[in-house]
Design a protein around this ligand. Structure first.
Ligand code: CP3
Length: 343
């Protein structure tokens, strides 16, 4: 019998499997009662830094739903925090950055020395989670894409559609390139450390990649992604790239070096397969679907499975973006059960 971990790895290597594996972006989090209970007693960073707590919240969705893989509980903003930008989460307002990037003087303050050591709690969380799930389940590590991290470094939170970051690309492109390079190296080291600690595959989140037109993405975001991905390909683990709103970028995303792509809910999988013919694909149900009732979820999941079957091997079932707070856990169960039991 094939294990969930083998199912995940074979699908990501585009080999035949009995059914597509399933995991969900942001599968741990505020929609789950156990997570909210842990957060009632502990700060967000405290949960990330204490392996017992991060493993407990990463395990909750695996206990509730028949998922093929766990994802380490962490955040993409750990890198900005470790560089010394001062990241906090204000309830209802998203992240806030105490020392944003405006100019070279700010970049000079970024603390790159000892970065790996300051981030060692992330691979530690991976190691702890691997010991808890055993050898048969898949385990994903992750990091933020340089452009998305740059966006948070400059704008603090994303409500401005990254006006500051998109302006800085044009007013001081050299500064932007230097900052993107630092972020790429940090993310690369963080992913390598998670792979060494037991992650089967890693995902890069470019949540704000879709804000850039294709030429600007090619000029700034893509070289940084290549710098991030190239050093870790040698470790032999699949590298997934998720670009939210990235439909117009599909023709160039192959140049990133990623071996698999997590597709946003707005892009038909058939178009993604045609534009990225060599890659495994993951996705791509609309996260708001989970609010529409279990019958709707079941119907949409069946349609997705049929589409994947028709397109051949190399698919992983997921959402087209992270699970939203307030999502009914019953809908998540309906999605996972439909994948496991087929039609
Ligand atoms: O998937 C998982 O279960 C692992 C955990 C995970 C978190 N963040 C935990 C978290 C993952 C994979 C992330 C990635 C992340 N973080 C992204 C990329 C994915 C995406 O959603 O686009 C981004 C952009 C962030 C940045 C971030 N972190 C924001 C915007 C916020 C606040 C608003 C929000 O979405 O919750 C966070 C905080 C955060 N990260 C929470 C969780 C569970 C909520 C913290 C809380 O308990 O209040």
């Amino acid at each position: 019998m094939i294990t969930p971990r083998q199912r995940l790895l074979r699908a990501l290597h585009r080999e035949e499997v009995d059914r597509p594996p399933v995991w969900l972006m942001r599968q741990a989090g505020r929609y789950l009662p156990g997570y909210r209970a842990v957060r009632a007693g502990h700060g967000f960073w405290e949960v990330c830094r204490a392996p017992e707590l991060s493993t407990a919240v990463a395990l909750e969705p695996l206990r509730l739903f028949p998922l093929d893989a766990a994802i380490v509980f962490s955040d993409i903003l750990v890198i900005l925090d470790a560089l010394g930008l001062g990241v906090s989460f204000v309830k209802g307002e998203g992240p806030s950055v105490a020392r944003p990037l405006y100019g070279q003087a700010d970049l000079d303050e970024w603390q790159t020395d000892g970065l790996t050591r300051r981030l060692s709690y992330v691979p530690e969380a991976v190691r702890h989670l691997r010991a808890a799930i055993g050898e048969d389940r898949g385990l994903l590590g992750f990091a933020g894409a340089p452009w998305t991290l740059f966006g948070y470094a400059v704008d603090g939170n994303s409500s401005s559609e990254l006006l500051g970051a998109r302006t800085l690309l044009r007013t001081d492109p050299e500064l932007a390139r230097r900052a993107l390079g630092v972020l790429a190296d940090a993310a690369s080291q963080l992913l390598a450390a998670q792979i060494e600690a037991g992650a089967d595959a890693v995902q890069i989140f470019d949540t704000w990649g879709g804000l850039l037109d294709r030429d600007t993405y090619a000029a700034f975001a893509l070289p940084a992604l290549r710098r991030l991905i190239e050093p870790i390909l040698g470790l032999g683990r699949p590298v997934l790239l998720f670009v939210r709103g990235g439909h117009h970028l599909l023709p160039i995303l192959g140049q990133s070096g990623a071996t698999a792509f997590s597709i946003d809910w707005r892009t038909p999988l058939s178009e993604a397969r045609a534009l990225l013919p060599g890659a495994a694909l993951q996705g791509n149900l609309d996260p708001t679907l989970l609010f529409a009732g279990e019958d709707v979820v079941q119907g949409a999941t069946r349609a997705l499975l049929a589409e994947m079957r028709a397109l051949g091997p190399g698919f992983v079932v997921n959402l087209g973006h992270g699970i939203l707070p307030g999502t009914p856990p019953e809908a998540v169960a309906a999605l996972c059960d439909t994948v496991v039991h087929g039609d």
